[in-house]
Design a protein around this ligand. Structure first.
Ligand code: GDP
Length: 300
C-alpha cells in the first residue's frame, strides 16, 4: 500500500485530498458541492459517475448530520469503492481449456504501453510458476519485437517473432502452435495498434483472433489504455470495443497522472473491469487492480 500510495501521489493530492478537504468544510453549501463536482470531473471520473457520487455523498452527509473527519473519510471510501464496482471478476483468465495453453491477446494504441505490459505480465506469470510463450505480433512498430524479446529473455519466456512487417496473424498462429508444442501454460500475444483506419484495425485484430481460435479458446483480450490521455483514451476504447470483445482493461501510466478517476470512467464506458494497472516503467510496476487498495491509496 505504501508503494501504491507513492505511485498514485499525483492523483492522491488532487483527487483524494481535494475531496476530503472539501467535504470537511463546516458548511457544505452549493458552492462546495460544485467544487466537489469540479474536482471529480478534473480527475476524469466522467460526468455520469460524478453526478451519481455527488448525489450519494449529499444524501449520506445529510443523513449523518454532524460528522467527524473519520466518518467522512469512511463514507467517501465506501462510496468510491462502490462506484468502482465490487462484483467484477478482475482475475486474468489463463486456463479456460485445461491441457492447452491459455491465450491472452493484448491490444491497444501504440505508445500506450502494450509491449511493456505484455512483458510485465509475463514476469508475473513466470514468478507464479507458469511457463510463458510470447508472440510478437506487433509488426508495425519496428522495435516492438526486439523490445518484447528483451522482456522475454529477462523473465525467461521464449519469444516467437516473424519477419519485420510480416503478417501479425501468422505470428500469433505460430506463437500458439509453439505454446502447444512446448506444453506452455500461457501464450501472450502483443499486437499492433494503429488506429488510422478502423477497418484496417478491424481486419488485423479480427484475423489475429480468428487464427488464434483455430487452436482453441481465447481466454482474455486485454485492452491497454494510457491513463494520461484522459477522454481521448475513452474514444480509443470505444473503437477497440467495436472491433474485438474486450474482457479486461489495463490502465497504464497511473503513476504519471493526477487523473486517476479515469479508472471509473473507462469501466463505465465499456462495462468491462480494469484488471491491471501500470504504475511505472520497471518490471515490477504492474499490479492487480483492487478497488479497496486503490481508494485507500487515494484518500490515505
Ligand atoms: P506500445 O507501443 O503500446 O507497445 O508501448 P510501449 O510498451 O513501448 O510503452 C511506451 C512507453 O510507455 C515506454 O517508454 C514505457 O516504458 C512506458 N510505460 C509503459 N507502461 C508504463 C507505466 O505504467 N508507467 C509509466 N510511467 N510508463 C509506462
Amino acid at each position: 500500500l505504501v508503494r501504491l500510495r507513492a505511485r498514485l501521489a499525483r492523483s492522491q493530492n488532487s483527487l483524494g485530498k481535494g475531496l476530503l478537504t472539501l467535504l470537511s468544510r463546516e458548511h457544505l453549501d452549493e458552492d462546495t458541492w460544485e467544487e466537489i463536482e469540479e474536482t471529480l470531473l478534473t480527475a476524469d471520473v466522467g460526468v455520469a459517475p460524478t453526478q451519481e457520487l455527488v448525489d450519494r455523498l449529499r444524501e449520506r452527509v445529510r443523513v449523518l448530520g454532524t460528522r467527524t473527519p473519520e466518518e467522512l473519510k469512511s463514507l467517501l471510501r465506501e462510496e468510491l469503492i462502490a462506484l468502482l464496482g465490487t462484483d467484477f471478476d478482475r482475475s486474468v483468465k489463463t486456463e479456460s481449456d485445461p491441457g492447452t495453453p491459455g491465450v491472452v491477446m493484448v491490444v491497444g494504441v501504440n505508445g500506450t504501453g502494450k509491449t511493456t505490459t505484455t512483458g510485465k505480465l509475463a514476469r508475473v506469470l513466470v514468478a507464479d510458476g507458469r511457463s510463458v510463450v510470447l508472440g510478437a505480433a506487433d509488426t508495425f512498430r519496428a522495435a516492438a519485437a526486439d523490445q518484447l524479446q528483451t522482456w522475454g529473455e529477462r523473465v525467461g519466456a521464449r519469444t516467437v517473432r516473424g519477419p519485420e512487417g510480416g503478417d501479425p496473424a501468422s505470428i500469433a498462429f505460430d506463437a500458439v502452435k509453439e505454446g502447444i508444442a512446448e506444453g506452455a501454460d500461457v501464450v501472450l500475444i502483443d499486437t499492433a495498434g494503429r488506429l488510422h483506419t478502423k477497418t484496417g484495425l478491424m481486419d488485423e485484430l479480427g484475423k489475429v483472433k480468428r487464427v488464434v481460435e483455430k487452436h482453441g479458446p481465447l481466454d482474455e483480450v486485454l485492452l491497454v489504455l494510457d491513463a494520461t490521455t484522459g477522454q481521448n483514451g475513452l474514444v480509443q476504447a470505444r473503437v477497440f470495443a467495436e472491433v474485438v470483445d474486450i474482457t479486461g482493461i489495463v490502465l497504464t501510466k497511473l503513476d504519471g497522472t493526477a487523473k486517476g478517476g479515469i479508472v471509473i470512467a473507462v469501466q463505465r464506458e465499456l462495462g468491462v473491469p480494469v484488471k491491471l494497472i501500470g504504475l511505472g516503467e520497471g518490471p515490477d510496476d504492474l499490479a492487480p487492480f483492487e478497488p479497496a487498495a486503490f481508494v485507500d491509496a487515494l484518500i490515505g
